[in-house]
Design a protein around this ligand. Sequence first.
Ligand SMILES: [Fe+2]
Length: 360
Amino acid sequence: MRYVTLDRVVPGMKLAYDIMDDDGRVLLGVHGKITSTYIDRLYAYGFRGIYIDDEFSEEVDINYPVSQRLRKKGIDCLKKMDIDGCRQVASGIVSEMLSNPNISLDMQDIRTYDNYTYAHSMNVAVLCTAMGMGYGLLASELAYLATAALLHDFGKLTIPEEILNKQGRLTVEEYQLIKNHPVRSYEMIKDREDLSAHVKVAVLYHHENVDGTGYPRGLVGEKQTIYTKILHVADVYDALTASRSYKQAYSSFEALEYLMGNCGSLFDLDCVILLKRYVPLYLKGTEVELSDGREGIIVENSGIHNLRLVVKLMNGHKLNLLEPANMNITIVKSQGKALGMSENTEYNRRSMLLEEAGRL
Ligand SMILES: [Fe+2]
């Protein structure tokens, strides 16, 4: 399978998985061939790309790290703001991920604008669990972390969609409303005696920065728990790599670069290194253009291939960028997007990201 941006999807392509709406209804089934009507619908729902199956990419296998059944249950529980259900889903995420020796975090964002917060919380729970596993947390501790990740934006679920998805600048009142969401989330769970203090603290402080410039308390890194620091990093990574009505998605490479560049001020370095262990710089199955003009899809990206990929070229040959003869070849475009950064693009990117960080 491979990821194709919507502008490159053409009728006749075969979808690699079912696309469902928030209520679990199949919008487009895995066995169906894509038609122009479906492409229009995908645009209308806010998708930016889909995974397709074809002969060229049949060797590439990408799966969401937990089952579709569990993902759907998680989104259902989040929609209903069902705390007990979220705790069960958190345990399910931990047991499914602990039983999978090869966790792949290669899947690109496949959510719609409408289900952003639900899909975001589910993704953050998966990212946090992977990072917590890398940190060596026990299963019970991983469950605290996954629960906090599912509940961290509960306070946002009560904010009108028009404000959350607003294009352009927020008013001061709207910004304050959004900024207050960690406190709202905390208030919604603080009296639950069956929830660990680790969960409540991580939810309340998930927007705290390690240099004390975050909110609501301005807590420095030494005063933050590992749950808080992991959740903060996973939350920002997933928000940056999502496309929203007011911004384009950042590639994994761009998001990781942003996180790494802000270690010590916004993020804890060890937590960013943990994330980097599980999230590839370039995701498998995505189209790339190389500096020698050739194009292909990424078929190997882990371990030592994280930066020097194996690319399957359009003629079917594989190109290993780790081989000495290929070392001078670089990736210039990923999914049709140029990767080179001029001083100007870097300035624009940083200012956009900083603005984004205020409304996560
Ligand atoms: Fe948040």
